[in-house]
Ligand binder design. Structure first.
Ligand SMILES: [Ca+2]
Ligand SMILES: [Ca+2]
Length: 217
C-alpha cells in the first residue's frame, strides 16, 4: 500500500467513525425490536389485561440502546378501532399511545381500546395499521388485534363478552378480505383457528370491563 492510499484509507475510516458518532442515539429501525402485532385489550377492576402487554426496544445504528427515547404508537390508520383515553393516550389526531424508554432502551405498553364493529360486513384496517415511531423516526408497523370488537360502541358493548363472538364470525365469513382486528393467532389470515385465541381472552375475564374512562372519539 502506498503512503497516499494508506492515508486515504485512514481518512475514510475516520470519516465512518465520525458519521457513526453523529448517528449515535438516533433510532435505527434495523436494530429496534418491535412487535408485528399489538393486542388491543380491555380491563378488569381497572387493571389492563396482561394479555396485551408487550415491550419495544430502541437501539441506534451502533446497536446501543437509546435511553429516554420518545416512542409513539400511532393508531390513526386503525379506522375500526378506538383507544381508551388515559394518561399515556392522546385522542387528538393522530390518536396515539406514548411512552419513554428506560435505561435499557425498553418501553412497555398495554394498549386498552375497543372496536366499532356493528356486525355483518364491516370495513377496517388490514395489516400494519399501527405506525411505531421513536423520536419521530419510523421503526416499524404492527397489526392491531381487537378483542373487544364492538367495545367502542359503548354501553353494554364495552368489554369482551360472548356478544363479540358473532362479530369475529362475521369477519371469518368475509375472510377473503383480511381484517387485522380478528387475526388473533397472528398468521396473516382470518380462520376458525383464530377463535380459540379469542376464547382464551374471553374466558380469562381480564378484559371483561373494557374501557373504564371514555373511548377516544
Ligand atoms: Ca364487546
Ligand atoms: Ca389468523
Amino acid at each position: 500500500m502506498t503512503g497516499v492510499i494508506r492515508k486515504a484509507t485512514v481518512f475514510v475510516a475516520l470519516g465512518l467513525v465520525a458519521a457513526s458518532a453523529a448517528m449515535a442515539g438516533i433510532p435505527s429501525a434495523a436494530n429496534c425490536t418491535v412487535p408485528a402485532f399489538i393486542k388491543v385489550v380491555g380491563t378488569k377492576v381497572g387493571v389492563p389485561d396482561p394479555r396485551g402487554t408487550f415491550s419495544i426496544t430502541v437501539r441506534d445504528i451502533g446497536n446501543f440502546p437509546v435511553v429516554g427515547s420518545n416512542v409513539v404508537l400511532n393508531f390513526a390508520a386503525c379506522t375500526d378501532t378506538r383507544l381508551c383515553s388515559g394518561t399515556n393516550v392522546t385522542c387528538a389526531a393522530p390518536a396515539r399511545v406514548t411512552g419513554i424508554t428506560n435505561g435499557s432502551g425498553v418501553v412497555t405498553f398495554t394498549v386498552v381500546g375497543g372496536g366499532l364493529h356493528p356486525g355483518g360486513v364491516f370495513a377496517g384496517a388490514a395489516a400494519g395499521c399501527v405506525t411505531i415511531l421513536a423520536d419521530s423516526y419510523v421503526i416499524g408497523n404492527a397489526t392491531a388485534n381487537v378483542y373487544d370488537l364492538n367495545g367502542a360502541l359503548g354501553g353494554a358493548k364495552n368489554g369482551v363478552a360472548v356478544t363479540d363472538m358473532p362479530l369475529f364470525l362475521a369477519d371469518w365469513a368475509g375472510s377473503a378480505t383480511y381484517r387485522g382486528r380478528s387475526d388473533f393467532n397472528q398468521n396473516g389470515a382470518i380462520a376458525i383457528t383464530d377463535l380459540p385465541i379469542w376464547l382464551q381472552c374471553w374466558g380469562s375475564g381480564n378484559s371483561v370491563t373494557g374501557c373504564t374512562t371514555t373511548y377516544c372519539p
